[in-house]
Design a protein. Structure first.
Length: 266
């Protein structure tokens, strides 16, 4: 089956997702899982057993797209106009934070509302574990340019780093309003939802990501992890197999697949 056929199959599955998920959950419970899976009709619920010691390792497999990578992809839409900011950006890419700081300081002295300089300042402090400083520069960037998705992406990165996933979701949703087809943002959102126990919602978000990029390995991994937490082990294995077809050397997918097979053998 080629990629186009797979995508059509995914879309057909999505249309009947609600009924399929309820059926899958009921079948799993009958097999003796003894745990409540999935979300109710009124919305996703946090699994009462989440996370178990046995499953805790799955959280370590979650993929969060690096904020610098995401911002680099936005650069062609939001070009760097100030030469000092451009030099700072080049220094940031190679991890030379001292030089980046010098250029950014000069850039902001010339224009205190320089949007790129504020965002790069936030990234630099985030990389240096100065989360409070990073948050301050994110606030300034959002205040000066609330329609720039980079501002919201940067803030979400701070909250993800601090494991404040509810707040990260709010900022990711704002960024997605401005850039709805950004796959990395959707992957981050799915990861946050899984961390919070909203597994069925995470699966729906990965469907959205795969409509845009069906061959994204990290979307398959996050979807597989979400399936695993709703006790749909075979579906999880299928997702990890898809990830391994795209990237045979992916250690995360391989380890997750092995864990799912261990569950089936118990």
């Amino acid at each position: 089956m080629d990629d186009e056929d797979k995508l059509k199959a995914e879309e057909a599955l999505e249309k009947t997702e609600g009924d399929d998920e309820k059926k899958a959950t009921a079948e799993t419970l009958e097999e003796g899982s003894g745990e409540e899976a999935g979300g109710s009709e009124g919305g996703p619920e946090i699994n009462s057993s989440y996370p178990s010691d046995r499953d805790a390792f799955l959280l370590s497999l979650l993929f969060f797209e690096d904020v610098v990578t995401t911002l680099e992809k936005f650069e062609e839409l939001y070009s760097v106009s100030n030469i000092e900011t451009e030099r700072a950006f080049e220094a940031l890419k190679i991890g030379n934070y001292l030089v980046a700081e010098e250029h950014l300081t000069r850039a902001l002295e010339l224009d205190e509302k320089n949007q790129n300089a504020l965002i790069y300042k936030a990234i630099m402090h985030l990389k240096l574990n100065n989360d409070e400083e990073a948050s301050c520069y994110c606030d300034l960037a959002r205040k000066n340019s609330p329609d720039n998705p980079n501002s919201w992406i940067c803030t979400s990165a701070v909250f993800i780093k601090e494991q404040e996933y509810d707040e990260a979701l709010k900022n990711l949703d704002k960024a997605l309003e401005l850039s709805p087809k950004n796959v990395e943002l959707l992957i981050n959102k799915a990861s946050c939802l899984i961390r919070l126990g909203y597994f069925d919602e995470a699966i729906r978000v990965t469907y959205r990501a795969q409509k845009i990029s069906h061959s994204n390995v990290h979307a398959w991994i996050n979807k597989g992890i979400a399936y695993a937490y709703t006790f749909r082990v075979k579906d999880a294995i299928n997702c990890f197999n898809e990830a391994l077809m795209l990237d045979p050397s992916n250690v995360v997918a391989q380890h997750a697949k092995e864990e799912m097979h261990r569950r089936l053998s118990q």
